[in-house]
Design a protein around this ligand. Structure first.
Ligand SMILES: [Zn+2]
Length: 264
C-alpha cells in the first residue's frame, strides 16, 4: 500500500518533468513515429517515456554500449503501444537487454511420441515473462527510423508483453470492457487462416511470413504493421485492422501518413 502510494507519487513527478531539449530532439530523430502524434497523444507519449526511462534498467550485452540514443529509441517505440492504456508500465519488466546484433535462439516443437524437434534460428528480440526483454540494437534503430517497412522489433516484443498481461501468452491480449472476447478471438483466428491461405497461394500479404508461426507471433507481427503502416494492414485485411484497433484502444490510421507520403 505504502509502496504503491510512493510509486504513484514518483510517477507523477517523472511525468511532470519535460525531456531536456537535446533528448527531445534525439527522440524525434530516433523515433519518427513521434511526428505523427497529435498534441494530446504526444503529451501522453512523452509522459510514459519519462516514467519508463526512470524505472527500467538498460543493460548492454556482448559489448553493446547503453547511451541516451539506445534508451530513447526503445522507450519511444514502446510508448506507442501504450497510448491506449497509458497507465501500463509493465511492472514485472525489470530490464531491457540490448545486443549489438542478432543472436541464435533455440526453437523446439513437440513431435509424436514425446520427442522434440529442436533447432536454432536468428533472433532480433525476445520477451521473457521473467522480467527481461532482449533486443538487437540495429533492429531497434531501423524500426524507429522507419527503415524496416512495417517491422519494429520493439513493438513486436512489447506486443508479447501486453499479450502476457492477462497471465497467458496466447495471441490474445487483455480486451477492453464491451469487447466480446470469444468473438474477438474467433475473428482473429479467421484473419490468421486467411493470411496463411494467401501465403500458401503465393498472394501478396501485408505481414512478414513469421506471422505464420502461430497465434502468438501472428498477433505480434500484425501489431507491428498496425503501428508502423496501418494503411497497408487495413488494405489487406480491414477486419484485422479493426480487431487490433479495439485491443490496442487506438486508431493509428487516423494519424499515420500513407507510406508513399512519409519521405525518408
Ligand atoms: Zn515474437
Amino acid at each position: 500500500m505504502l509502496f504503491s502510494w510512493l510509486r504513484a507519487r514518483r510517477r507523477r513527478a517523472a511525468r511532470g518533468r519535460p525531456l531536456p531539449p537535446d533528448a527531445e530532439e534525439a527522440l524525434l530523430r530516433l523515433c519518427r513515429q513521434g511526428a505523427w502524434l497529435d498534441a494530446a497523444e504526444g503529451r501522453l507519449w512523452r509522459e510514459w517515456i519519462a516514467v519508463f526511462l526512470e524505472e527500467k534498467r538498460f543493460e548492454g550485452c556482448g559489448g553493446q554500449a547503453i547511451d541516451d540514443e539506445v534508451r530513447l529509441s526503445v522507450a519511444g517505440q514502446a510508448g506507442l503501444v501504450t497510448l491506449g492504456f497509458p497507465e501500463e508500465y509493465f511492472d514485472t519488466l525489470r530490464s531491457v537487454l540490448v545486443y549489438p546484433g542478432d543472436w541464435a535462439g533455440r526453437k523446439a516443437v513437440p513431435l509424436d511420441g514425446g520427442a522434440h524437434l529442436e533447432w536454432r534460428e536468428r533472433r532480433l528480440g525476445e520477451a521473457w515473462t521473467g522480467g527481461s526483454v532482449l533486443l538487437s540494437w540495429p533492429a531497434v534503430r531501423r524500426g524507429g527510423r522507419l527503415l524496416d517497412g512495417a517491422r519494429s522489433v520493439v513493438i513486436h516484443e512489447f506486443a508479447h508483453l501486453v499479450d502476457a498481461l492477462d497471465g497467458t501468452i496466447d495471441g490474445v491480449p487483455p480486451l477492453p470492457r464491451g469487447v466480446d472476447a470469444r468473438d474477438w478471438r474467433a475473428r482473429l483466428a479467421g484473419c490468421r487462416e486467411r493470411f496463411e491461405e494467401a501465403l500458401d497461394e503465393g498472394r501478396a500479404v501485408a505481414l512478414d511470413d513469421y506471422a505464420a508461426d502461430g497465434a502468438v507471433e501472428f498477433f505480434a507481427v500484425a501489431s507491428e504493421c498496425f503501428f508502423q503502416d496501418p494503411h497497408l494492414l487495413a488494405r489487406h485485411d480491414e477486419e484485422l485492422y479493426g480487431l487490433l484497433a479495439a485491443s490496442w484502444r487506438q486508431d493509428p490510421r487516423r494519424r499515420v501518413p500513407m507510406s508513399g507520403l512519409r519521405g525518408r
